[in-house]
Every structure is written in structure tokens, then in C-alpha cells.
Design a protein around this ligand. Structure first.
Ligand SMILES: [Zn+2]
Length: 267
């Protein structure tokens, strides 16, 4: 695994592109960049576009800032080995940010680990076929449970009955570059998918802390529909949802630890 792939993504998204609310021109620049990275690593990419309502950012220093209605996009990458009706795994990370936040930790860190995973898997067999998704418009546009996670909601709605039946696990990477202990979060205690990730972390030698009641990322769109989903990441940090969420916030060692757990789970 090359941590440079993850840190380069943090520099590109948070350092060069900057704040990228899910319907903004900057967001669509980020989409083109992520697509080019997946393609260069040998993955086949499709896009899924959808309409997102306007609203107001919530939580943190950006609370109340307006976000515009418009189109957002999911970037979906595969290695061509997914067989309809047979088991598969999914790893996702949101690509958007709240307004004014460069989003190094939230969530260029997750996209960085997603791309490092894409690189580590290309040319290797995994235990099941893997789909990697950069989700659009995860960040909230209002206070209700319907006002966020638009990209993953759209993605889940697009799955066929057979795809739902055969999805063996979805992992959301969201804020995975701060601290030295990796949060492994699920909605319910005793979640079997969370236990799989705990085992993978043990094998990878990565210290974790488990969280129950975790609904604050794209895995929740899956769990709500009865599908298996957990989240990696969520350690609090000073620059959250602010202009101070810059690349220096992210620790390459934590990106590397997270990627090691993900790849261990997939192999
Ligand atoms: Zn996030």
C-alpha cells in the first residue's frame, strides 16, 4: 500500500481544489479528478448524477451558510469482476465538503484511502468482487435525517433486488486521517459486519475504538434499507467543518492504518 497515493489526494482535493459543496463547480472538478485517478489505476468508472435540493449547512462554524440546489454525482469504480446475482463488497467515501471548508480530513482523507485501496487491489484477487464509490452530497443541507447523504441514498435506490440481496458489506470511510486509534462504528451493537472490521483491524495490528449508534455517514443510507453498513473514522478535531480543515491536519500514518484495515477486510 502506498500512503503517497492517499496524501496526494488530500493535497489535490483540499489544497488545490478546496471547498467543494456537492453541487458546486469545484465539486465537479473533484469528480473529474477522482475519475481520472481510478482510471489510471486500472478501474472502470461510471457516473451517477442526481438532483440535490438547496438548503443550509448545519454543524460547526459553517452552520447556516447557504448551499445551492443542483446536480451532484457519484463516481462508481469496478474492476469488471462483479457478477450479477453473486456476492460483492462496497467501500465508499464522500467527496463533497461543507461551504468554506477545504475538507482535508472531512473527507479528502476518506477519498485518499479509497484511492490507495484502488491501487492496492488492482491486479490482486479479493475474496469477493469490490465496488468503490466516491459519493456526492453527503454533507447536510438541513436538520432532518432526509437532509443529507443524498449520493448514497441515490445509489442504494438504484440497486436491484438481486444486488441488495448479494451485498455482503458496505464500509464508509469518513474522517480517517486524525488520531492514532481508528473508530469502527455501527448503528447497532453486535453488528456482524462491525465484528468483521474489528477482526481485520486485529490482523492488521491497528488499534481501534468501537462506536454504537453511528448514523453520521453514508453507511446509514444502506442500513436504513436493511443492508449491512459500517463506518470507519470520526475522531474529533479542531478544524472540523471550518476553513482550518487543511492538509496539515491529516496524519499520513493514520491514512496508512485505515487503508491497511480496509485492504485486510477485502483480501
Ligand atoms: Zn464527512
Amino acid at each position: 500500500m502506498r500512503v503517497r497515493t492517499a496524501t496526494a489526494a488530500v493535497r489535490q482535493l483540499a489544497g488545490r481544489i478546496g471547498p467543494r459543496p456537492g453541487t458546486s463547480p469545484a465539486y465537479h472538478r473533484a469528480v473529474r479528478w477522482v475519475e481520472s485517478q481510478f482510471t489510471a489505476l486500472g478501474w472502470t468508472v461510471t457516473r451517477q448524477s442526481f438532483e440535490v435540493p438547496g438548503g443550509n449547512s448545519v454543524a460547526g462554524p459553517t452552520d447556516g451558510l447557504p448551499v445551492e440546489a443542483g446536480r451532484s454525482t457519484n463516481v462508481i469504480a469496478t474492476l469488471g469482476d462483479v457478477v450479477p446475482g453473486e456476492p460483492w463488497l462496497l467501500v465508499g467515501a464522500h467527496l463533497d465538503t461543507v461551504p468554506t471548508a477545504p475538507g482535508a480530513e472531512d473527507n479528502a482523507s476518506g477519498i485518499g484511502v479509497l484511492l490507495a485501496t484502488a491501487e492496492a487491489l488492482a491486479g490482486h484477487r479479493t475474496r469477493l468482487p469490490v465496488v468503490l464509490v466516491a459519493f456526492g452530497a453527503e454533507e447536510p443541507r438541513g436538520h432532518s435525517d432526509e437532509d443529507h447523504h443524498y449520493g448514497s441514498t441515490e445509489y442504494v435506490a438504484s440497486l436491484t433486488a438481486a444486488q441488495r440481496r448479494t451485498l455482503r458489506g458496505m464500509v464508509a470511510l469518513d474522517r480517517v486521517g486524525v488520531g492514532s486509534v481508528l473508530p469502527v462504528g455501527s448503528v447497532e451493537d453486535g453488528d456482524p459486519l462491525r465484528a468483521e472490521l474489528e477482526d481485520a483491524a486485529r490482523r492488521a495490528g491497528v488499534p481501534i475504538v468501537t462506536e454504537t449508534g453511528q448514523k453520521s455517514s453514508d453507511h446509514w443510507s444502506f442500513v436504513q434499507e436493511g443492508l449491512p453498513g459500517v463506518r470507519l473514522g470520526s475522531t474529533p478535531y479542531a478544524g472540523y467543518h471550518s476553513p482550518q480543515d487543511v492538509p496539515s491536519v491529516v496524519d499520513p500514518a493514520q491514512l496508512e492504518r485505515t487503508a491497511r484495515v480496509v485492504v485486510e477486510w477485502l483480501r
